[in-house]
Design a protein around this ligand. Sequence first.
Ligand code: SF4
Ligand code: SF4
Length: 439
Amino acid sequence: MKPLLSTLNRDGSRHFLHPKLAHGRFLNRRRLVGYSLIALFVLLPRIRIGGRPAFLIDLVTREISAFGAVFRPTDGFLLALLGLTIVATVFWITALFGRVWCGWGCPQTIYLELVFRPIERLLKRHPITKLAVYAALSFALANVFLAYFVGTDRLELWVFESPREHVAGFSLVMAVSALMLFDFAYFREQMCIVTCPYGRLQAVLLDRQSSIVGYDATRGEPRGKHKKSLPVVGGACIDCHACVAVCPTGIDIRDGLQMECVGCAQCIDACDDIMTKTHQPRGLIRYTSQDELAGSGRHLLRVRTIVYPVLVALALIGLVWQTTARAETEIWIDRISGPSFVTLPSGEVTSQLLLKLENRTETRRSYRFELVATPGTLRSALPSWEVAPRHSVSIPLFVDLPRSAFIAGELRGHVRLTSDAGFTQLIDVTLFGPDGGPR
Ligand code: SF4
Ligand code: SF4
């Protein structure tokens, strides 16, 4: 009886896999794709488009920068469209090409199979050196990973300045490095088999026409020792286990489509080599579909391969339209750290506002503020605020008011923003004061 998971021994302990490497056409292609993607992963947060990173999910400022466009929590509809575009694209690609992402694009597979495993094979007799190289690589990868969430500038401060000045940031870098080391040195394929939700969704995302790595049982069975004269139909598999020995998740593809298969095509390269050596045609294991293996043809047009691209197109059109239709200046009220008002010795109250303003145009703009239909006097550190193209600034404003202006500690007012290019916007603001006025 086989254990439940290929990475478990029958007594429940971990079965460590040491897959062999199968050279072949798919390995060459995966190396080309994988190393190009590694270069892209490293460069993407470092490339600047309009002064911003090409891609950044900034957890500190709560902004997403994607190829020149900036999305904030206030862009709820845009973010929903962005999310829908990504999800529908993933569903569409999976319906067409199966787990191509897992085998060819996922950073977990790419780093494990194309970086850590080659080092393991190279340093298998030097475990301490291997661990030191793993640790250094994990630190580098943690920096690549975190650059997508905190930005390269902030990350460099955390890493290169004294840890005492950035205790939280430095601790985060070290914690993520430790997690990377745990993942690539120990956890490995369990990430795909046990943890990854995408792998678990395959049963619903794939249909019988989706591309899979499959074993042609009609051609292969009955398996057995290599005979000089092979039968015309069946008997092609010589049961050499080469396909199992190279599998990074430890499964036997001859058992049929399995959730553990990440579509890496290593078993195709291994079996093609055996087929060549035994003078048989390649492709006993190949990219195919469940229907094709059962003798039916391939159909590109299915309900899901029509619905998903339509959804992607609609979401993309909406996304581009909404992004280009956004106002040239974005303004929103930011959180104030510290008290939101102070009571002066004269009894007057100074209420504080913090506005965040983004100039989305390609030219420098100058902005002014004034109070509209609101009692009090507006004070600003500068008479007008100059903002560089595609930049944002935080602008503190102060409103001096009599204590009696507040009702239950609040005053609803309006601030008008005007730019030198004629842009104007009325902003509804809530000014806070002492809870001493009439109710
Ligand atoms: S590598 Fe090919 S021939 Fe060898 S066991 Fe696997 S399927 Fe059979
Ligand atoms: S069965 Fe083949 S394609 Fe699937 S994970 Fe194993 S080696 Fe890769």
